[in-house]
Design a protein around this ligand. Structure first.
Ligand code: PLP
Length: 490
């Protein structure tokens, strides 16, 4: 594959990408295929001979594209959409061109220093307290995902507790470490704790708070559980709070959580995977209590969701990088990681912020986006997506067919269809509506959720290319399917 071929095929490929983006709203969001439809079109044996790149491109266009769930489709309103901008696509090309595992500063200075730059830029752009900047006591790094970052937090927390209690690494007291999550905490926090061999993972239920119109963890139950655990000789060491939960974008009661984490010496992790990006707009910082970020030990913000960098896009931030990175520094006798700057402690080495060793140049995606859009561009993006969600919310509020499910913040709207006949089961008609909606995802795609047995829809806008027209067309389609549903029940 010569450089000339790279130019020729690369040009074709970029044209194809442009065409795909220009025509995305002409294809369904969700592919109309069955399990292994794609796999069955591909030989089970690896190819013995190489093919022309033209053939590979054709195969991509004709076989792969129709089997994709199009997360970049302007009518993709499902999950928390993982959004990508065009500068991200271009940065990814350079990330491959200049590929380096960049585990230490000298494994590639540019990779390392650019990550330093974007970590501090984003800390400033989101108005995190100054200690979160790498040039100060804390800082951050790009992690593989939010879920991976929980592992880092759980590991650092465990080591901190072992050190605080001056325990021998084999002490049976470590088996008595206890941790606390909530019913709406993202479930991979529990997974991280299980992988860390934590025997006591308490999952505290949530309830619907009529005033907040959202689901809030039961703080009395949390406190009672911690007290009982302590009485039984356990050692609380970790608690994870969420700023913008996945099902309904609720905020946990931070003041009470902070008080408990301080009282019992727990590491406080704050998951802001989706909602943290909104802090780029000053008006969205009001739900973030002033003291919150001064009390948190680690936090995650995933710029894949509203931040247009796609996966890998999670930033892990800490206030105390010495404690955090000491959990991952394993340099003794490893000659290849030694270099003058790292040894002096001045350099930021990526390997000290992760479980693995090498990484991709993901900082370039952040850098390109920030340069291309600026803070103002990001503010416009978030405000415009919030306005689109508001537009949809107003349609729901004005309609006598639908009702909101919970308070809606930022770019999420939770809603369900009201019953339209006596003795109707609301879940059943909403499930039926979902079946009808999915018959033509050219018109849009939403995913449901279920809390305490109540089935509802989550409509989320994150993609940079979603416009009022896309929202309006989905609203019309939703009503068309509802008309059909009503007819079917007559
Ligand atoms: N945390 C929250 C609040 C989420 O909503 C999600 C996914 O939507 C995650 C974590 C998982 O993020 P990741 O895929 O980066 O692990």
């Amino acid at each position: 594959f010569s450089s000339n071929e790279l130019r020729v095929q690369g040009t074709k490929m970029l044209n194809l990408i442009g065409d795909i983006y220009d025509n995305l709203d002409q294809i369904p969001v969700y592919p109309n295929i069955k399990l292994y439809d794609l796999k069955s079109q591909i030989s089970e044996e690896p190819p013995q001979e190489g093919s022309s790149f033209d053939e590979i491109l054709e195969e991509t266009k004709n076989k792969f594209v129709p089997a994709i769930t199009h997360w970049q489709h302007p009518k993709f309103f499902a999950y928390f959409p993982s959004s990508i901008s065009h500068p991200t696509i271009l940065a990814d090309m350079f990330a491959s061109t200049f590929h380096s595992p960049a585990f230490t500063w000298n494994a590639s200075p540019a990779h390392t220093e650019l990550e330093y730059v974007v970590v501090d830029w984003i800390a400033k752009m989101l108005d995190l307290p100054p200690q979160y900047q790498l040039k100060n006591s804390g800082g951050g790094a790009i992690s593989v995902s939010t879920s991976d970052s929980y592992h880092l937090a759980a590991h650092a927390a465990k080591l901190r507790k072992i050190n605080q209690m001056k325990l021998d690494p084999l002490s049976p007291e470590i088996l008595k470490f206890s941790s606390y999550v909530f019913e709406h905490t993202f479930n991979t926090v529990e997974k991280a704790l299980r992988i860390k061999d934590i025997n006591y993972i308490r999952n505290i239920p949530v309830y619907f708070d009529e005033q907040k119109k959202n689901f809030i963890p039961d703080m009395a139950k949390l406190e009672a559980q911690i007290e009982e655990d302590v009485k039984n000789g356990l050692h609380p060491f970790f608690i994870s709070a969420t700023y913008g939960t996945t099902p309904t974008c609720a905020n946990d009661p931070f003041d009470q959580i902070i008080a408990l984490s301080k009282k019992y010496g727990m590491w406080l992790n704050l998951d802001c995977a989706y909602a943290g990006t909104t802090w780029v707009c000053p008006e969205y910082r009001s739900l973030r209590p002033d003291n919150l970020l001064n009390e948190v030990d680690s936090l995650q913000i995933n710029f894949a969701k509203l931040g247009m960098v796609g996966n890998v896009g999670t930033l892990t931030y800490v206030q105390d990088k010495k404690t955090f990175t000491s959990a991952f520094k394993k340099d003794q006798g490893f000659e290849i990681t030694k270099n003058a700057y790292s040894g002096s402690g001045d350099a930021v080495d990526a390997k000290d912020w992760m479980i693995g060793f090498g990484r991709r140049w993901n900082a370039l995606k952040f850098y390109y986006n920030l340069k291309a859009f600026g803070v103002k561009g990001y503010q416009e993006h978030i405000r415009s997506k919030s306005q689109l969600a508001k537009r949809f919310q107003e349609y729901i509020e004005k309609s006598d067919r639908f009702e909101l499910f919970s308070e809606n913040l930022y770019t999420l709207v939770t809603f369900k269809l009201k019953t339209f006949k006596e003795n109707q089961n609301q879940n059943d008609i909403n499930k039926k509506l979902k079946e009808l909606l999915d018959k033509n995802t050219l018109e849009g795609y939403v995913t449901p959720s279920n809390i305490a047995g109540i089935y509802f829809f989550r409509f989320v806008v994150c993609n940079p290319n979603t416009t009022e027209q896309h929202v309006d067309e989905f609203w019309q389609y939703l009503n068309k399917c509802t008309d059909q549903l009503i007819r079917e029940y007559q």
